[in-house]
Design a protein around this ligand. Structure first.
Ligand SMILES: Nc1ncnc2c1ncn2[C@@H]1O[C@H](COP(=O)(O)OP(=O)(O)OP(=O)(O)O)[C@@H](O)[C@H]1O
Length: 228
């Protein structure tokens, strides 16, 4: 479960990106985060994996106060959260297989088990046949599928995506959304910031709208609510 209690984030330059944020997301939900450019969406989701710390208030992930984690406890938090970015952030020198296995927590796994886990997630994103390719040899949609495989290889409880279809054409975006729905159907909470009216209005989910750093709307099966 993810909970924010009266959260405020003011950056060092004095910009207050978020204030008075009170939300609760239950395990297994699928949530879109929408709003105009600069509204605070990225800040909102970056608080969840402690990429940024709240200035005031509490961010609780499975009842752990994220702001109070010690440095050495942060990897444990992040192991439970898979993150997908707009620009994929793959390691260019590594193959598809290596990009995914690199993210795997391997402490107790045998080589056979590691291989199975990596190939299972590559199968889910339909990229088993390109395991030996380098990112530059893949289309944008394929690169994003590798990034999703990397995000879910540790079976996280939560997957967070910041504009995951922002660099992709509409057909490829729908492929990515099908994978997100599959990941969600397997029990993972999905939080996705997006500017895609088409996606939000077609695949109906909970919608949290943020404007000027405040939640202005929170609806089950909501609309995008802005012009595209
Ligand atoms: N690291 C930072 N330092 C200072 N100000 C920041 C930082 N990151 C974001 N901001 C400011 O906080 C506000 C909210 O930014 P944020 O990136 O959260 O918005 P957003 O809704 O994700 O925007 P977009 O849709 O354009 O990605 C903006 O005014 C932005 O300039």
């Amino acid at each position: 479960m993810i909970e924010m209690k009266d959260v405020q984030k003011t950056y060092h330059n004095g910009v207050t990106a978020l204030q008075g944020i009170d939300i609760k997301v239950e395990q297994g939900e699928f949530v879109y985060v929408v709003g105009p450019s600069g509204a605070g969406k990225s800040t909102f989701i970056r608080l969840m994996y402690r990429e940024v710390k709240p200035t005031n208030g509490e961010v609780l992930i499975n009842n752990h106060n994220v702001a109070k984690l010690k440095e050495k406890e942060i990897p444990m938090l992040r192991r439970g959260i898979g993150v997908v970015y707009q620009d994929f952030k793959l390691l260019p020198a590594l193959t598809v297989y290596e990009n995914v296995s690199f993210a795997l927590e391997v402490i107790e796994d045998s080589p056979k088990k590691i291989r199975r886990k990596v190939m299972d997630v590559l199968d889910l994103v339909n990229l088993k046949n390109k395991a030996r390719f380098k990112p530059a040899e893949l289309s944008g949609g394929e690169q994003q599928r590798v990034a999703i495989a990397r995000a879910i290889v540790n079976s996280p409880k939560v997957m967070i995506a910041d504009e995951p279809t922002g660099n992709l054409d509409p057909d490829t975006s729908w492929e990515i959304m099908k994978i997100f729905e599959e990941v969600n159907a397997r029990g993972t909470t999905v939080i996705m910031a997006t500017h895609s009216k088409d996606i939000v209005d077609t695949l109906k989910k909970r919608v949290i709208a943020i404007e000027h750093g405040r939640v202005v709307r929170d609806e089950q099966r909501g609309d995008y609510g802005y012009e595209s």
